[in-house]
Design a protein around this ligand. Sequence first.
Ligand code: FER
Length: 321
Amino acid sequence: MRLFLEWYCERKILRKMIRLFLNNSKRKKGEESMKLHQWHDCDYRGNIVRVDYETTDSQGKPWPKYANVYVPFGYDPRKQYNILYLMHGGGGNPDAWLDASQIKNMLDLAFANKEADPFLVVFPTYYDLNPSEHRHEGVDASWEDAQVRFFQKEFEADLIPAIEEKFHTFAEGTDHEQLVRTRNHRAFGGFSMGGATTWYVFMNHLDIVATFLPLSGDCWAIEPKGGSNRASETAALLAKCAADQGFGKADFRLLIGTGRQDIAYENLVPQLEEMKKYPEIFAFSGDKDSGNVHFAVKEDAPHAYEQVYHHVYHYIKDIFR
Ligand code: FER
């Protein structure tokens, strides 16, 4: 019996070693190994504050909305804070990231351990209607895309003023000039359709945002799933948006992530390959100290908040530097 157990354990360890080795060799050139968050109790916890505000729906009617804001432990209104806007995926709401992932514990620990200076994180929504009215079976891609596009106006006109006038960011006032002046202190990211939102924010608001985290979502500007179906045109459009505004690789950062088993992986990768053809705008690098575009892939990870929030941790030092 003992011999059998020893034999079994040895085989188990051997199998684990082989799996680790295979996973490492599966990692492609240019991809980074990921730093993963592990849940841990934390004495220094931030607060989630609900901010109600009003915007206009796609029919032009007043539309009351809310966003959740992660306010770090020890927030001092006399200080200025960097701010990350983090959008949910299809079918989600301002609570989705917080309900489905350990992102709050991750932020609490990262800030308590001084891995990054504490920053504000805003969880908004791009929907102007109850998504359940539209989502029956799976995703209605063109309706989702229209919602995400519509959010672009709200972002600067209503969301940023509601948040950045309540919490102290680097912007002293929220007129366009202040937002432009403080773009290095503002980041935007999102999961899935929130990733698609992030590519639109890149196209429409590069003048007021300098760091982007598209997580498990490709750019749908040409068509839904355009990152794979229309990869070269999508990359050309993104490059043109930056170049037309005079922005190049020194002016912004793209911190991209997905999972090897994620349904977005195959949509995202062709788009990124095409983006590499514009090195003056998109300088890909596996080393976060060089280049302005980074791509991390989490092994064995499917399309889920509880997977992609690890990317926010992986990039925690790089969002504002
Ligand atoms: C993608 C794959 C899936 C993507 C979005 C989805 C924006 C959305 C899935 C859903 O909402 O269920 O590449 O990119």
